[in-house]
Ligand binder design. Structure first.
Ligand code: ZN
Ligand code: ZN
Length: 342
């Protein structure tokens, strides 16, 4: 599988030696991936003394376009605050006549708020004639599931609209159900892509999404993108993460914390982040270094880390990776606006 180019919208010209093409967004290619937001926990807008313009401050939202036999399908991963920009982009395409309908599938990693709370600001949800199908984990009854969360986030009280008033979910329903519960390890076959649901280490559960594009001959043997936005490494390697990465042309993995943040700095370790459900860049590289992932993009950037700190962390993990017996061929931190053709 030949990996094509990475594109950035950012002003920066340094990217620590990655194959980098500074270019306007190109949609030429087969399987296309774009970062609309890669911040964890809470948005981190740039201020005069806390610059986040390089890596971005919007919470998680990714775009994947897969193509097969003349059909192109849009998949959206999570609806963090960045969904507003992606939604506006889609509306722009609609207005310019580049597409005649928005028809997308949204795969929600888990129900923690920053992965969903942009939903009410996703313009396509409010426009009759558009279609967005949701896929989210079926949760134990004791935990609020995605259906409930949607109903509580957009309930007509805490938000001016109710889910029944979102035409792209409610009234334009082609198959009788636009919100689908999925289980871990379920496999979903679509026109252009096969999606498998992986189980990740995260409080109250998190879906890892494994996308394999359908090849021109109709088999699911095309490029693979593995998405592991939220996962904690603990002290042993996680076979689920390793399997998610094993044949990935591009793997996205949680690397939120600095090592000392994760393990804590006080003698009693009470300020450690163990158990919060996130990993460190170093642990993520270590987990996948023997598994054959060709590219690793670190995500879920800590809102307390500005561009300067993220740059340092990125340089450090790249040095660490080079010292491993089996380094990952390419390692970098995701940045808002970055896109990759595969
Ligand atoms: Zn998160
Ligand atoms: Zn979470």
């Amino acid at each position: 599988m030949e990996l094509n180019s990475i594109h950035l919208h950012s002003q920066s010209t340094s990217f620590y030696g990655c194959h980098l093409v500074l270019a306007a967004l190109s949609e030429v290619g087969k399987c296309f991936f774009k970062v609309w937001g890669c911040r964890g926990s809470i948005p981190a807008p740039a201020t005069l003394d806390f610059d986040t313009r390089r890596y971005g401050g919007q919470t998680t939202c990714f775009e994947i376009r897969t193509r097969c036999q003349g059909v192109e399908k849009l998949s959206i991963i999570d609806m963090g605050t960045a969904i507003k920009a992606l939604g506006d982009h889609l509306i722009g395409q609609l207005k310019r006549g580049e597409i005649n309908r928005i028809n997308a599938r949204a795969f929600i990693t888990h129900i923690h708020l920053e992965h969903n709370f942009g939903m009410g600001f996703s313009s396509p949800l409010f426009i009759t004639g558009q279609m967005i199908e949701f896929f989210a984990l079926e949760m134990p009854a004791a935990i609020r599931d995605f259906n409930n969360q949607l109903a509580s986030l957009i309930d007509g009280i805490r938000f001016p609209r109710h889910p029944d008033q979102l035409p792209s979910i409610a009234s334009n329903n082609e198959n009788g159900k636009t919100i689908h519960d999925v289980k871990f390890w379920e496999i979903l076959d679509f026109e252009t892509v096969r999606v498998k649901v992986f189980e990740l280490n995260h409080p109250s559960g998190c879906a890892g999404w494994h996308f394999r594009e359908r090849a021109p001959d109709g088999t699911y043997t095309g490029p693979v993108i593995g998405i592991g936005t939220n996962t904690e490494h603990f002290s042993i390697t996680n076979p689920n993460v390793q399997n998610l990465s094993r044949d990935a042309d591009f793997l996205i993995l949680d690397g939120m914390y600095e090592e000392n943040q994760y393990y804590g700095t006080t003698p009693d370790r009470t300020n450690s982040k163990i158990g919060w459900g996130h990993s460190t860049p170093r642990a993520s590289v270590r987990e996948v270094s023997e598994c054959g992932a060709k590219r690793l993009g670190i995500t879920h950037h800590d809102p307390d880390h500005d561009d300067r700190q993220l740059s340092k962390m990125e340089a450090r993990v790249r040095r660490y990776n080079r010292r491993l017996k089996k380094p990952v061929p390419e390692v970098f931190f995701l940045r808002e606006g970055m896109s990759i053709d595969m």
